[in-house]
Design a protein. Structure first.
Length: 217
């Protein structure tokens, strides 16, 4: 089961909180789910240079609080908060919100800096995807990534590449692992992500597991 189930979804509600926190009735539930997905896709595309890794959305009666975990918060905030205001206006247009209307929903953006980027699976996967797209040797890229993650304090890391790696005619799967990855232990704090690298030969799938220890509740 540990090989088939997403490690984050497997532990959500036990050691990981949900990515969206709000209450809705049967009339507004579908609308909120669609809005959350729209917000996430928009911010992921808009803030690629900021190194965005995850987005948490909290809703109240008249406000939507969006917490963005990024490796470079200065890119999101901009000089004097100018970039943050532009991003807020773009979101209001996307969600068709009129800020001047009575009882209008207010959007609040909260960029949060990632303290240890080398322990974040999304950042590692983005870096690997960029290296593969620029035809960097995948074995060297994987070994360098594993060394950096383990040096940052991880107890285990696993990388999986799948596809036409290095432009090979036949697709294959390559795995790299160091340390422990207890996929079926619920208290294990495993950071997991899936990314795609668009190479000249097609997409190469990248999966990253990073085990940083157990969370005892």
């Amino acid at each position: 089961m540990g090989k088939k189930v997403n490690p984050i979804a497997f532990r959500t509600g036990y050691i990981f909180p949900t990515k969206s926190i709000w209450f809705a009735n049967f009339r507004t539930y579908a609308k909120f789910v669609l809005e959350d997905n729209t917000i996430r896709r928009f911010l992921e595309n808009k803030l690629k240079l900021a190194g965005i890794t995850s987005i948490e959305i909290k809703r109240s009666i008249n406000s939507v609080d969006i917490f963005m975990n990024v490796s470079r918060p200065g890119v999101v905030i901009g000089r004097g908060g100018s970039s943050l205001e532009i991003l807020k206006k773009d979101l209001e247009k996307l969600l068709k919100i009129n800020p001047k209307a009575k009882n209008a929903v207010k959007i609040n953006l909260h960029p949060l800096e990632i303290k240890n980027p080398e322990m974040n699976s999304a950042i590692i996967a983005d870096r690997l995807a960029g290296q593969l797209e620029h035809r960097y040797p995948f074995r060297r890229a994987a070994n360098q990534a594993i060394e950096k993650v383990m040096a940052a304090g991880a107890k285990g890391v696993k990388l999986v590449f799948a596809g036409r790696i290095d432009g090979a005619e036949i697709a294959r799967v390559e795995k790299f692992k160091q340390g422990r990855i207890p996929t079926q232990t619920l208290r294990a704090n495993i950071d997991y992500v899936e990314k795609r690298a668009l190479t000249r030969s097609g997409y190469v799938g990248i999966k990253v597991w990073i085990y940083s220890g157990d969370i005892i509740s």
